[in-house]
Design a binder for this molecule. Structure first.
Ligand SMILES: Cc1cc2nc3c(=O)[nH]c(=O)nc-3n(C[C@H](O)[C@H](O)[C@H](O)COP(=O)(O)OP(=O)(O)OC[C@H]3O[C@@H](n4cnc5c(N)ncnc54)[C@H](O)[C@@H]3O)c2cc1C
Ligand SMILES: NC(=O)c1ccc[n+]([C@@H]2O[C@H](COP(=O)([O-])OP(=O)(O)OC[C@H]3O[C@@H](n4cnc5c(N)ncnc54)[C@H](O)[C@@H]3O)[C@@H](O)[C@H]2O)c1
Length: 459
């Protein structure tokens, strides 16, 4: 391959979101010649319709509830302080524009050839851009992400998806969220705090079915207290127009609503349409995700995939970490570099936030039976207690014991629901990953007065 041919690259990246950008930057840092194809805004879902604008809305909602608490604590605030949603969106989008600018600058500085084009594989070594230019590559990275699923429900076209939420300029008076996963749980509390009346319709018996059951029950108690209507074990059968509103009809015939907006949050699907996977021989699984091995390589040598398009732990830091390790292996001389998918921490930005790493109690009991020991504490954080709010935090440790002594009890799961759980979890996730025992937590002096100290005081 001639290094001087402008259309020949060590790496062509398809998709400029979390995984694609991380891969491109790391490969370029190792000296690779890189091209990146992204037809939309740089940053992908996370920056434009996911983590970042969602967290901004979560912060606004968090402030709204703290203003309520301030009134309970003697501050002279009006009963329902107005929120200028439109103004807030301007600030949010300015922040996001700053991220776009930073990516553009960094791409230039790294010498990465960035083309605002779609990409598709012609064969395992050739990527064609939307305007027909052919790029030759030693390696291809597919990082095209995922998009919201539109359920096959009569009347589904009356509903919207999370991408649409980020274009709203005000809180609709009445909102239904369909689905019991991350997005539904997060946006429900945001909307309720910012002025909507919110119902969640979930087909499962509880929200967040992959999370620890006891923690979720406590979260559901919080949501009921906030006034969010929970329709659990209620699979929607159809959306129907009712006057100027929309009604959710359940499988049993019950009708709920009317609502001004119905937000469908029933999962996401890998973006693989028109990628030329067949032409190159890249296999997808039954759910439409690109199959990869532990090294992120697809069924075709030289073609790799990371992030949501693989359907594995669909979180931004996972896409980033997988891409960086892949590039360390391909171009950085680190033959064994690969992402360990065990014990990935995750936070649901609910109100209050829910953070978890490792096994749930049920998973641990399934794997280790009677050797499982569970430690929990339910407490009112000081601010809630001062404001005389009944809402409690629930922190839980799941251990696997080879004996009764704390040093014989390895921590295999940490589940936190409560104020600051999102910030507390990261450090404790390091400890779990390093194999911490209950004795290691006990050996660490508490930070007082905090919520975090509860974890090292658990007996
Ligand atoms: C509402 C919401 C909130 C979320 N909140 C969080 C959170 O708080 N924390 C967290 O860790 N994760 C969160 N996520 C998940 C996170 O956004 C994704 O896991 C992450 O963005 C995946 O990164 P990716 O690189 O795989 O894909 P993406 O970031 O989606 O990037 C894929 C890119 O590929 C481009 N593309 C698609 N097809 C082509 C093509 N043919 N050619 C060229 N380019 C193409 C797309 O335009 C896109 O820019 C959230 C997701 C949503 C929807
Ligand atoms: N804080 C975060 O890290 C964060 C936030 C948002 C999203 N995400 C990522 O994005 C992914 C997608 O989020 P999501 O909430 O769309 O998906 P999800 O997989 O978390 O939840 C989907 C929900 O929809 C339900 N469902 C599926 N089909 C249905 C149907 N036909 N009718 C009714 N309910 C149905 C499922 O039972 C589940 O409760 C998440 O799994 C997560 O990986 C992460």
């Amino acid at each position: 391959m001639s290094a001087r041919d402008p259309m020949e690259f060590d790496l062509v990246v398809i998709g400029g979101g979390s995984g694609g950008l991380a891969g491109a930057f790391r490969a370029a840092a190792h000296g690779a010649r890189v091209a990146l194809l992204e037809p939309s805004e740089l940053g992908g879902t996370c920056v434009n319709a996911g983590c970042v604008p969602k967290k901004a809305m979560w912060l606004a909602a968090d402030l709204a509830s703290r203003i309520g608490q301030a009134a309970d604590l003697g501050f002279d605030v009006p009963p329902r302080p107005a929120f200028a949603w439109r103004e807030f969106i301007t600030d949010r989008q300015r922040y996001i524009a700053g991220i776009h600018a930073s990516y553009r600058r960094r791409l230039d500085e790294a010498g990465i050839v960035w083309m605002p084009q779609r990409g598709r594989l012609v064969d395992a070594r050739t990527v064609e851009t939307g305007d027909g230019v052919r790029l030759r590559a030693r390696h291809v990275l597919i990082a095209t992400g995922s998009q919201p699923v539109h359920p096959e429900l009569p009347g589904a076209e009356l509903g919207v998806v999370s991408d649409d939420f980020f274009h709203w300029n005000e809180a609709p008076p009445r909102v239904a969220l369909v689905g019991g996963g991350y997005i539904s749980v997060e946006l429900a509390a945001v909307l309720q705090a910012l002025g909507s009346n919110v119902d969640i319709h979930a087909r499962s018996a509880r929200l967040l079915s992959a999370s620890d059951a006891e923690i979720v029950e406590q979260l559901q108690e919080h949501y009921r207290h906030l006034g969010i209507g929970l329709h659990l074990g209620a699979e929607p059968a159809a959306l129907e127009r009712d006057g100027d509103g929309i009604v959710v009809r359940g499988k049993g015939g019950a009708r709920s609503g009317p609502y001004d907006q119905v937000l469908l949050a029933v999962g996401r699907r890998a973006c693989t349409a028109d990628l030329g996977l067949d032409a190159a021989g890249v296999r997808v699984d039954a759910r439409g995700n690109i199959e990869v091995d532990a090294l992120q390589t697809t069924s075709v040598d030289g073609v790799h995939a990371v992030g949501d398009v693989t359907g594995k732990a669909t979180l931004t830091p996972v896409a980033i970490a997988a891409a960086r390790r892949l590039m360390d292996r391909l171009f950085g001389g680190q033959a064994d570099a690969k992402l360990d998918y065990d014990d990935i921490p995750t936070v649901v930005f609910s109100h209050p936030p829910l953070g978890a790493v490792g096994m749930t109690e049920a998973q641990a009991r399934g794997a280790h039976g009677d050797a499982v020991r569970v430690y929990r504490t339910k407490f009112r954080p000081m601010l809630q207690a001062l404001a005389d709010s009944p809402l409690c935090s629930l922190f839980k440790l799941v251990c696997v014991a080879s004996g009764d002594a704390p040093a014989q009890q390895r921590v295999v799961g940490i589940h936190l629901l409560g104020d600051a759980a999102d910030e507390i979890l990261q450090g404790f996730a390091v400890a779990l990953k390093m194999g911490a025992t209950l004795a290691d937590l006990h050996d660490t002096v508490a930070l007082h007065p905090t919520s975090a100290e509860e974890l090292v005081l658990l007996r």
